[in-house]
Design a binder for this molecule. Structure first.
Ligand code: GLA
Length: 341
């Protein structure tokens, strides 16, 4: 097997991808994963609504399949995600027709965590325990998102989740994961929040920076500042969902403004971003994983978000599953770092 990203960067961090079973079943994808990646995340199947849609129903097949593939191919696994406002079934928050009590919500969460970690806890090395609990635009005065979890369970529900997770899988690394947390008010708020958890003895091991980024963001300064600031808390960092959009946030909403083919100037900018991300991250011993949200441009959630049916090309491999030129550059850069040249 040819040298891949995972070999070039293994001295610094895992290189991961979010996948599902149909990706793994595709021969070319399978080859790419084996050559380049050392870590996997289930794209959807471990989310509450997928794996535990009803109180007594558990859907294991899809996650089992991904984890068995990971085991067979010696790939690390990230667990994604326990407490999130999205993709969670309504039964969790209901008791009959009434809103569930705080006590029962905690009990349900405890059971959910216990059952899920009993099945996968010995293999998954890091978990996104909480996803996106902070909302600096529409949150409350403490910038907590007004999710059902928070409205019913208060901020204690997040603390409880971390504690349950530590008890259930003491070896695993426990992460708080979020988007837009590499700069600005979101970063400030996140740092304050994580510090307060650490001060209170809540077992948080790391920050997940999702990294849904753009061809022109983040620049080196922003990225370094984020990695410096989070490292200073004494926690680990994983870039958990990286993709580099060819559009800026909020632009090109009308069909007339969509690119109809890969915009070459933006692909060059994108390559620069990827180079900086890997290169800068490797300067921090706190960074343990860089995972892309998907494998190749033939299948990306950004084709439908934030604008429906707008093609995007945000990943390291193109629509035909071929390496973009940045992959060779990244391998070269990682190999040089490895040998100190
Ligand atoms: C968020 C979630 C992921 C995924 C992506 C987009 O960042 O954490 O699980 O849903 O959005 O697909």
């Amino acid at each position: 097997m040819k040298n891949g990203l995972k070999d070039a960067w293994g001295h610094s961090f895992y290189v991961g991808a979010a996948v599902n079973s149909s990706v793994l079943a595709d021969k070319k994808c399978d080859e790419l994963i084996k050559q380049h990646f050392s870590s996997l995340t289930t794209e959807n199947s471990m989310k509450f609504v997928c794996i535990h849609p009803e109180e007594k129903v558990w859907n294991w097949a899809e996650t089992d399949n991904v984890i068995n593939y990971a085991k067979k191919n010696n790939l690390a696994m990230r667990g994604h995600t326990m407490v999130w406002h999205n993709q969670v079934p309504q039964w969790v928050f209901l008791d009959g027709n009434e809103t569930v009590s705080k006590n029962l919500l905690f009990k349900r969460l405890e059971d959910h965590i216990a059952t899920l970690t009993q099945r996968y806890g010995d293999y998954i090395y890091s978990w996104d325990v909480i996803n996106e609990a902070i909302d600096v635009d529409k949150g409350d005065e403490n910038n907590f998102r007004l999710s059902d979890w928070y409205k019913i369970g208060g901020k204690e529900v997040f603390e409880f989740a971390f504690k349950c997770m530590r008890q259930a899988c003491p070896e695993a690394k426990l992460y708080y994961n979020d988007y837009n947390n590499e700069t600005g008010k979101k970063m400030e708020t996140t740092i304050k929040y994580i510090s307060s958890l650490l001060d209170a003895g809540i077992p948080v091991d790391g920050i997940g920076i999702q990294g849904h980024w753009y061809y022109n963001h983040p620049n080196e300064k922003i990225l370094k500042n984020a990695l410096d600031s989070y490292s200073a808390l004494g926690i680990n960092i994983e870039l958990t969902e990286v993709d580099v959009s060819v559009y800026e946030w909020g632009t090109a909403k009308e069909k007339a403004d969509f690119f109809t083919s890969k915009p070459q100037d933006r692909m060059l900018e994108q390559a620069k971003r990827y180079h900086e991300i890997f290169n800068i991250a490797s300067e921090y011993s706190s960074v343990k994983n860089i995972t892309t949200w998907g494998l190749a441009d033939n299948y990306t959630w950004l084709d439908d978000f934030p604008v429906k049916e707008r093609k995007n090309w945000p990943l390291l491999f193109d629509e035909e599953l071929n390496e973009k030129s940045v992959v060779a550059d990244l391998i070269d850069c990682g190999n040089k770092k490895k040998t100190g040249n």
